[in-house]
Write a protein that binds this ligand. Structure first.
Ligand code: PMV
Length: 317
């Protein structure tokens, strides 16, 4: 008999080569590929049980609840599933601060629904389902180094396990309240109004190739340079939009300078920033403490979360 209840723990991820912009195809298709690392300790835990009536329990906010509910309904319609579902979901990290929760959240619900109703689906197919909830969620179906491959139905695939090149990630929270504009809206706005958006699309494949080879060669400086470039290029499309989208706070800029200064002095660290003010610092484990100490001097950091890369999803009854 198939399971009637499942618990999934899926991890957030951080893109080193960013996805920014959607294609004009339906199904939340990205306009660019992307490459990420899973964040082992930042997880969404979602429990789904077949039930008498539908319910969604969790601190999702009105918008988050509506998005999750329509995702579940679409999955049920597509696969002709009649059962009512009780869904409870929580993050083990603060979501109000704009840390990516859509990636782990939509990966967790995808893995739960497919475990219960479509266990024959491959990981690739599960990543396509997760992508429809949020582009970055396609990557959280796996742990470690992961890339999104563009196709008519774009999907994620593993690049390398985290153990093959273990790195740490420090998340410096510099803004506690939610960001002003969500990523989907900001993507649409930049694509429509930024004069450099076309260049962003044109140069993306080359950035992916460099990042892939940096990972294969375990070349920290090469990965650092291309990741910071991808991040700054993505933010430059936002800043050159009209009106501009500027997520950064003064502390965001201070940490960028700090990371560049530390790396010039030989510390293995680089920064990346998503659609928000928080800075993620990727560090070689032997240098993580040096970075933590240096961050002490930066004003405006309200919290520092440390994790290693990893993030393999976990499924239990
Ligand atoms: O998955 P979404 O739709 O929230 O978009 C994610 C966009 C970035 O986080 C800025 C970049 C990325 O590739 O994760």
């Amino acid at each position: 008999m198939p399971d009637s209840s499942v618990i999934v723990s899926a991890a957030a991820n951080i893109a080193l080569i960013k996805y920014w912009g959607k294609s004009d195809q339906p199904g939340n298709q990205p306009a660019t590929a992307s490459l990420s690392v899973g964040l082992e300790d930042l997880r969404t835990i979602t429990r789904v049980s077949v039930s008498e009536t539908d319910a969604i329990i969790g601190e999702l906010g009105e918008q988050g609840r509506a998005r999750l509910s329509s995702f579940i309904n679409r999955f049920r319609e597509e696969h002709d599933i009649q059962q009512a579902l009780n869904v409870s979901t929580e993050n083990n990290f603060p979501t109000a601060s704009g840390l990516a929760s859509s990636a782990s959240g939509f990966a967790a619900i995808t893995l739960a629904l497919t475990h219960l109703f479509k266990p024959e689906m491959t990981d690739l197919e599960k990543s396509q389902v997760a992508r429809q909830g949020s582009g970055s969620a396609a990557r959280s179906v796996y742990g470690g180094y992961v890339e999104v491959v563009l196709s008519d139905d774009s999907y994620a695939q593993p690049v390398m396990p985290a153990e093959d090149w273990p790195l740490d990630v420090l998340v410096a929270v510099v803004q506690e309240n939610s960001k002003a504009m969500g990523s989907s809206e900001a993507m649409k706005h930049t694509a429509a109004t930024s004069p450099v958006y076309a260049d962003w699309i044109d140069t993306h494949k080359a950035d992916m190739d460099i990042a892939r080879s940096a990972i294969a060669e375990r070349d920290f400086v090469k990965l650092a340079d291309i990741s910071e470039h991808s991040c700054l290029k993505m933010h430059s499309t936002m800043m050159t939009s009209r009106p501009p989208v500027l997520y950064w706070k003064p502390a965001t800029v201070s940490i960028i300078h700090l990371a560049q200064h530390l790396r010039a002095a030989g510390t293995q660290v680089f920064f990346t920033i998503d659609a928000g003010a928080q800075v993620k610092l990727i560090c070689a484990p032997e240098d993580t403490q040096t970075v933590v100490r240096a961050l002490d001097a930066v004003e405006g950091i309200s919290r520092l979360i440390k994790t290693r890369i990893g993030g393999e999803p976990r499924i239990s009854q």
